[in-house]
Design a protein around this ligand. Structure first.
Ligand code: FO1
Length: 322
């Protein structure tokens, strides 16, 4: 596999929001110009299988295989195993479709045989016809644990089984201390830029930044670093980001996210609906680009990707990142 070119962009992604921007970037960049580093702290063992929700969402999306209704899982899916599992009294709260199960079965088999997650994902991505590099943030198992008013919960228990209802008090990433970052996250110099996708800041982007040495490398990197807002009009595009902003004591707005990323990015891409927040975000010392950030269809995804790339190039031209 050839490495990324010096004009390469690194995208930090979680699930559905990250996958959408990754698809837009993949459409406007050549394969060697894009690496997507994906959160693995949502991963868990379920029904004896190793599930990687965010990696699979990114792979299925880039491979044109994603379920358009849910954003996760595979399109044209059938649910025979879940139906039969329910009949025999098995756990069905986490819905694994028949085709999706093939991914979990094969990944679990290969992990148990000693292969690394990085190597398995590279091979699956190739088989799914994906051109850009898709990499896990690390190979070691890291688990998001959500401290709530109902006690500490494993991420998917909180997210899927309890539908994000328990109030969040804190988040921690079990196992992160001993994880080693994927090589794509060790040094950023020479890249065209780093983009934080519009993913949940606390449970999608934060785990990637929490892998030892990543935050420091990113802070030192002399490359443009931008975030695309996951909050528009005070609401998350998808998922519990707005609820978490409120419960963790942040402003429930794009400004709250900009403050959270303040020391890690040079620029913040704000939605046109929130243009009034531009002066306050600039006051944080960040460059701001106002754009329509909603990604409803593939054309939108390309448009947002192009705007993000243009923003990184503008920051590079200004010399603001050094
Ligand atoms: N999300 C749900 O809300 N319900 C599900 O039953 C569900 C199943 C599922 C299966 C495979 C997979 O890769 C993802 C799945 N997700 C499901 C999505 C999911 O776990 C979350 O969206 C992410 O972890 C958050 O990024």
């Amino acid at each position: 596999m050839s490495g990324p070119s010096s004009r390469s962009i690194l995208a930090l992604a979680g699930g559905v929001g990250g996958a959408k921007l990754a698809l837009g970037l993949a459409a406007v960049l050549s394969a060697d110009q894009l690496t997507v580093a994906v959160n693995t702290a949502d991963d868990f063992e379920h029904l004896g299988l190793y599930i990687c929700p965010d990696l699979d969402t990114v792979m299925y999306t880039l491979g044109g295989l994603a379920n358009p209704e849910t954003g996760w899982g595979r399109r044209d899916e059938t649910w025979n195993v879940m139906g039969a599992l329910g009949q025999v009294g098995g756990e069905t709260w986490f819905r694994l479709g028949d085709k999706d199960l093939a991914t979990h079965l094969e990944r679990t088999r290969r992990l148990r045989a000693g292969e690394s997650l990085t190597s398995i994902i590279a091979d699956l991505a190739r088989r799914f016809g994906i051109a850009p590099a898709v990499v896990p943030m690390c190979d070691a198992p890291v688990r998001t644990m959500v401290k709530t008013d109902e006690g500490e919960l494993a991420f998917q228990d909180w997210f899927v089984r309890l539908q994000c209802k328990p109030v969040v008090r804190a988040v921690r990433f079990a196992g992160i201390e001993t994880a080693r970052p994927h090589p794509a996250l060790r040094s950023f110099d020479g890249l065209r830029g780093v983009v934080f996708c519009p993913s949940n800041p606390f449970v999608s982007v934060a785990p990637i930044l929490a892998v030892p040495d990543v935050r420091v490398a990113l802070q030192r990197a002399k490359v443009p670093r931008i975030a695309v807002t996951p909050i528009v009009g005070g609401q998350a595009i998808k998922g519990p980001a707005a609820k978490m902003l409120a419960e963790l004591g942040h402003d429930v707005s794009a400004l709250g996210v900009a403050k959270y990323y303040q020391r890690l990015v040079d620029g913040f891409m704000l939605d046109a609906q929130d243009a009034a927040l531009k002066p306050e975000i600039e006051h944080l010392g960040l460059k701001v680009k106002v754009a329509d950030t909603m990604m409803r269809d593939d054309q939108d995804k390309r448009r947002v990707a192009e705007a993000a790339i243009e923003f990184m190039d503008e920051i590079a031209a200004d010399g603001r990142h050094s």
